[in-house]
Ligand binder design. Structure first.
Ligand code: TXA
Ligand code: MG
Length: 319
């Protein structure tokens, strides 16, 4: 039995594993993370092994408060002050220059990504362990991120302990912002929208990828990612897709009704509100995988900025 309640006993077991340089999956407000002592080479190696994650892809370090984040950074720019005051705890990851005395967290780079998660269980675990916790999403590399403890168990059955904090409230990963250059730069669109960020920082540079859908931004953003087992096809008009040649069963994932697509054997109809849609997206993809569908036809969401993170994930799922 690896899924445990996040009560005093569950937390004690989790802290014990972390102190022994093992790993623990825990809930955050975005998705579940696979946590490890950020500066234990042994624990970090276990994270990469369990996820089958490429070694060049760095990890986000989770800390309990702003002071702990600051201690990991060589430079703490004004923007980091303003953004952390406004959005932490919360779904924003800041990339900063890593403090010189610290060893790297996985990938061989001089920067460090940090955030303070807005989840009671995550914060309790950070406080009780007294450790900065590196935590990528708790799924096999390129798979769908987990928004429940059961998702983690199915993707990473070898994880010794999973703290169950219920379904993640945002359901999509944090926004990753690089503060090492002259202008804040978006590396990964995520839960926190650009409009809210701009109100604090002013202009934000967008990666080419967001603008034209080609180049790579965040090192971890390989083109294919967040992918279910089924083939994913994006279409403006679901009903216009000729499904005759598609591997079945064929499923439709839409944000409007699907009465036009009578041939779909399975349908997931999500909200037309981007935040609600994002919260349900990964769970819907997990359900479609469980249903064993061969193809998922996804109704392409609107081209507006509010849908940026959702479009990004769907594009990668379809790549
Ligand atoms: O919401 C989240 O961010 C979740 C929860 C568990 O906190 N974590 C998460 O981690 O999504 P992961 O490893 O699945 O994605 C981290 C992303 C990757 O694209 C990685 O390349 C990027 O952040 N990243 C990490 N450290 C970086 C750094 N120093 N510079 C640039 N990108 C970095
Ligand atoms: Mg991930």
């Amino acid at each position: 039995m690896t899924i445990v309640a996040p009560d005093a006993e569950g937390l004690r077991r989790a802290v014990d594993l972390l102190h022994r340089e093992s790993v623990v999956a825990f809930p955050t407000e975005t998705v579940y993370g696979l946590g490890a002592h950020a500066f234990s080479a042994k624990a970090i190696a276990e994270v990469y092994r369990l996820k089958n994650r490429p070694l060049w892809n760095p990890l986000i370090v989770h800390v309990a408060n702003v002071a702990a984040a600051r201690a990991l950074a060589q430079e703490w720019p004004d923007a980091a002050n303003d953004l952390s005051a406004q959005f932490w705890p919360g779904p924003l990851t800041l990339v900063l220059e890593r403090a010189r005395q610290l060893t790297r967290v996985g990938a061989p780079i001089d920067t460090i990504a940090v955030r303070v998660p807005a989840h009671d269980v995550a914060l309790k675990l950070l406080e009780a362990s007294g450790l900065p916790l590196a935590a990528p999403s708790a799924n096999r590399s390129e798979g769908i991120s987990p928004t429940t403890a059961e998702h983690v168990l199915r993707s990473l059955p070898e994880v010794p302990l999973i703290l169950d904090g219920g379904p993640a409230s945002w359901g999509i990963e944090s926004t990753v912002l690089d503060l090492t250059g002259p202008m804040p730069k978006l590396l990964r669109p995520g839960a926190l929208g650009l409009r809210a960020l701009r109100e604090v920082t002013g202009a934000i540079a967008l990666p080419d990828e967001v603008v034209d859908g080609t180049a790579r931004s965040s090192p971890g953003l390989g083109r294919r990612h967040y992918a279910p087992k089924a083939r994913v096809i994006m279409a403006k008009e679901v009903s216009s897709v000729d499904h005759g040649s598609l591997a079945g069963p064929v499923a439709v994932l839409s944000y409007e009704s699907v009465e036009d697509f009578a041939d779909a054997q399975v349908a997931e109809v999500l909200s037309a509100d981007p935040r609600e849609y994002a919260a349900d997206l990964y769970a819907a993809l997990h359900r479609l995988d469980d249903a064993g569908v061969g193809t998922i036809i996804v109704q392409a969401p609107p081209e507006t900025e509010e849908w940026l993170a959702v479009r990004d994930r769907l594009r990668r799922a379809a790549a």
